[in-house]
Design a protein around this ligand. Structure first.
Ligand code: PAF
Length: 284
């Protein structure tokens, strides 16, 4: 695996691969890789000829109140994980390569619809920061499949909408959430949980599963009734502080009058100082 740190070299490498008839898979990350990222890289490597992982802690998606400087970083470990999972290239640019004129930049991408509410409610500038950096990565990478985890489902919906609306030659692939044996979704935030909060956190997956069962097994079609089931399941765990639970349409995250088609159950809760999100899907 080669490590590249300039936009020009990354673009040249992928253009050269495509000119030789090779297909490209892109796995955008902010580093500090775990097995959830590993599964995206393995999927890309299994489907594409060239697998490129990007590693960039994007200042644009952090609010002034969020500490960019303490975001965990370990390039050596990330190189080992990406390489073992089958990546051919690791693009790890410094900030000056991605934002040569500094941050903030004048042109940003905001995606109306799926950016609103849920994570967007507590982090109002976050999704514009994500959409902008991903648009830049898509512009540099060119024709490819890009792999993102379903764990950040709202982010996935924003990126899908952005790629479609701006006509990027990129097919966005959503990949299933990787879970610990007790159901907790893998996240770089899990290491910050105290032992008691770590033991409590699988309640999120249990609550989502109860909501999914209400829909799929018991025929519930009222979004509010499903949310009540999920909320009651979380309330049984005293260490969990629910932020939101929702039953939404999977494409634009709007709440329908009656659940039908592709439905997503979203949840966010605090365990002490750590805020976790999760989601599951149901197809009706
Ligand atoms: O999910 C992430 O790691 C980031 O939000 C992404 C998509 C790489 C953009 O910086």
């Amino acid at each position: 695996m080669r490590v590249i740190d300039t936009v020009a070299a990354f673009r040249k490498e992928l253009d050269a691969g495509r000119a030789r008839g090779r297909t490209v898979g892109l796995v955008p990350t902010m580093g500090y890789l775990h097995d959830g990222h590993g599964s995206l890289i393995r999927r890309a490597a299994g489907e594409r000829d060239v697998t490129a992982v990007t590693l960039f802690v994007n200042p644009l998606q952090f609010a002034a109140t969020e500490d960019l400087s303490t975001y965990p970083r370990d390039l050596e470990r990330d190189v080992a994980i990406a390489s073992a999972a089958g990546a051919d290239l690791l693009f790890a640019p410094p900030v000056e390569q991605m934002y040569p004129d500094g941050v903030p930049i004048r042109t940003t991408v905001s995606v109306a619809g799926p950016s609103a509410g849920y994570e967007g409610a507590s982090r109002p500038t976050h999704f514009a920061g994500v959409a902008t950096v991903v648009a830049k990565l898509f512009a540099v990478a060119g024709d490819c499949r890009a792999y993102f985890g379903e764990k950040d489902f709202q982010q996935l919906a924003v990126i899908r909408r952005m790629a479609r609306d701006l006509s990027f030659p990129v097919h966005v692939v959503g990949c299933p959430t990787v879970r610990e044996p007790d159901g907790l979704a893998m996240s770089s935030r899990n290491v910050h949980l105290s032992p008691a909060h770590r033991a409590a956190a699988p309640v999120l997956h249990r609550a989502l599963t109860a909501g999914r069962d209400a829909i799929a097994r018991h025929g519930e079609r009222d979004p509010a009734a499903v949310v009540a089931v999920v909320t009651a399941a979380v309330a049984a765990e005293p260490l969990a502080e629910l932020d939101y639970a929702a039953a939404v349409r999977a494409d634009d995250l709007s709440v329908p009058a009656t659940l039908s088609g592709e439905v997503r159950l979203l949840i966010a809760a605090r365990f002490g100082s750590v805020r976790l999100i999760d989601n599951v899907g149901v197809i009706l």
